[in-house]
Design a protein around this ligand. Structure first.
Ligand code: GLV
Length: 390
C-alpha cells in the first residue's frame, strides 16, 4: 500500500454522553435512536418507501399544509435553504432577503451563487421586522421572492408571519420561510399564512439526528418550479425529480439519490412522537419551558438580548454575557464538568451572548432546571477564574 492504515483507526471509537442545550442539534429520544440503529435498508425497498410516505404526512402536519410537493431533502437545514433558493430562483431573478441574523446572510450568499440578484433589508440584532417595513421593501424592490427566517438561532429573535403571505402575493412575490430553529416551538401555518416555500431541520424540535431537511412548496411555487426556463442549477436539489422519488405526484419513483434509510427511520419516529403528543401541546411545552428559563435567568441576575418577550424565540434564548465573565470559561466549564452544552453566540452575537436551546426531547422542566444550575455554577467559576488572573 502507498498509504498505510491509520493507527488512530485501530483505537476504539468512544462517544461521550452529552446533554445538548445549545441551539441544536438537540438530543434524540431513545425511541428515535433505536430507529436510527436498525439495519440499513436499500433506498428503493418498500419499507423505506413506506416510511418516506409516512414522513410526508408528518411533515404536512408539522407545517400545517396540504401541499403536494412535500418531502425531506438529504442534508441538514442548509440543504433546505439551498433547495428553496435553487428551485425558485433563476439567473437574474431578484430575491429580497430579510436579514436579522446569520441565516439571512447565508441565504443572500447562496442566492447570489445561483446567479440571482439578492437585495437585503436589515434589522437590529435584537429586533424583528414589522409588516410595514417588509411591504415597503417589497414595493421598492419588486422581487420574485421574499426570504425570511421565522426564528433566528443566532439572535433568539422571533419573526411573526401572519399577513405577510397576502402582502407578498399582492406584489406578485413568493414567500419563503426558514423554520429550522422555530418549528414546533411557535405556531406555524403554511397554508393559512399563504407561505410558498418552507423548510426546517430534523435535528431541533423534531428530535432526530441532523441530515434531513423537511421542505414543502405551495401549488404556486410548484408551478414556478415546473415552468422554469432553465433546469435547477443543482441536480441534487431538483424538486421536479426529487418530488418523484418521494412519490409526491403519484407516479413512478425513479432513482434520484441514495436516501439514508436510517435517517428516514429516525425522522419517521421523531414525527410520530410529535403526532402522538399533538402539535399544540408540543408548542405549549416549549413555551412553558422558555418561561421557566426566563424566570430562572432573571433570578441569576442575567439579562436577555431580546428585551420584549413577544419578540423572543422560545426554542433558543440569547443571554447577554455579563461584563465580568469570559464566555468561553462558562461554556467550557459546563461541558467539562456536566457534559452540558451551552453555546456562545453566532454571527452577529459572537462573544456577546450565551445561547440556550430548549428543543424536542430536551424541552422539559427538568432540563431547564439542570441548565440553570449548570449556568449558575459556571458563572461562579468564570468569575473566580477571572479574579484569580487579576
Ligand atoms: C445552528 O443552527 C446554530 O444556531 O448554531
Amino acid at each position: 500500500m502507498d498509504v498505510s492504515a491509520p493507527v488512530i483507526l485501530k483505537h476504539p471509537l468512544v462517544i461521550p454522553h452529552r446533554i445538548l442545550m445549545g441551539p441544536g442539534p438537540s438530543n434524540s429520544s431513545p425511541r428515535v435512536l433505536h430507529a436510527v440503529g436498525q439495519t440499513v435498508l436499500g433506498h428503493m425497498h418498500p419499507e423505506v418507501f413506506q416510511a418516506m410516505d409516512e414522513i410526508k404526512e408528518g411533515i404536512r402536519y408539522v407545517f400545517q399544509t396540504n401541499n403536494e410537493l412535500t418531502l425531506a431533502v438529504s442534508g441538514a437545514g442548509h440543504a433546505g435553504m439551498e433547495a428553496v433558493l435553487s428551485n425558485l430562483l433563476e439567473r437574474g431573478d431578484k430575491v429580497l432577503v430579510a436579514i436579522s441574523g446569520i441565516w439571512g446572510n447565508r441565504a443572500a450568499d447562496m442566492a447570489r451563487r445561483y446567479g440571482a440578484v439578492a437585495k437585503e433589508i436589515l434589522t437590529e440584532t435584537e429586533n424583528n421586522f414589522s409588516l410595514a417595513q417588509l411591504e415597503h421593501a417589497i414595493q421598492k424592490e419588486k422581487p420574485k421572492l421574499l426570504f425570511i427566517v421565522q426564528g433566528d438561532s443566532s439572535t433568539g429573535v422571533y419573526q411573526p408571519l401572519e399577513g405577510l403571505g397576502d402582502i407578498c402575493h399582492r406584489y406578485n412575490c413568493l414567500l419563503a420561510v426558514d423554520t429550522v430553529a422555530s418549528l414546533g416551538g411557535v405556531p406555524f401555518y403554511a397554508d393559512r399564512w399563504k407561505i410558498d416555500a418552507v423548510y426546517t431541520g430534523s435535528q431541533k424540535v423534531l428530535g432526530s439526528p441532523p441530515g434531513l431537511s423537511p421542505i414543502s412548496f405551495s401549488p404556486r411555487a410548484q408551478k414556478v418550479i415546473f415552468e422554469r426556463k432553465t433546469p435547477v442549477a443543482v441536480f441534487y436539489w431538483d424538486m421536479t425529480i426529487l418530488g418523484q422519488q418521494w412519490n409526491c405526484f403519484n407516479n413512478v419513483r425513479p432513482y434520484h439519490h441514495t436516501v439514508c434509510s436510517n435517517l428516514i427511520f429516525g425522522l419517521r419516529e421523531g414525527l410520530a412522537i410529535i403526532a402522538e403528543e399533538g402539535l399544540e401541546h408540543v408548542i405549549k411545552r416549549h413555551q412553558e419551558c422558555a418561561q421557566r428559563l426566563y424566570k430562572g435567568l432573571g433570578s441569576l441576575g442575567l439579562e436577555l438580548l431580546v428585551e420584549e418577550e413577544h419578540k423572543r424565540l422560545p426554542t433558543v434564548t440569547t443571554i447577554v454575557v455579563p461584563k465580568d465573565v469570559d464566555w468561553k470559561e462558562v461554556v467550557g466549564y459546563a461541558m467539562r464538568t456536566y457534559s452540558v452544552e451551552i453555546s456562545g453566540g453566532l454571527g452577529p452575537t459572537v462573544g456577546k451572548v450565551f445561547r440556550i436551546g430548549l428543543m424536542g426531547y430536551n424541552a422539559t422542566p427538568e432540563r431547564v432546571d439542570l441548565v440553570l444550575k449548570v449556568l449558575k455554577e459556571a458563572l461562579e467559576y468564570a468569575r473566580s477564574a477571572r479574579t484569580a488572573k487579576l
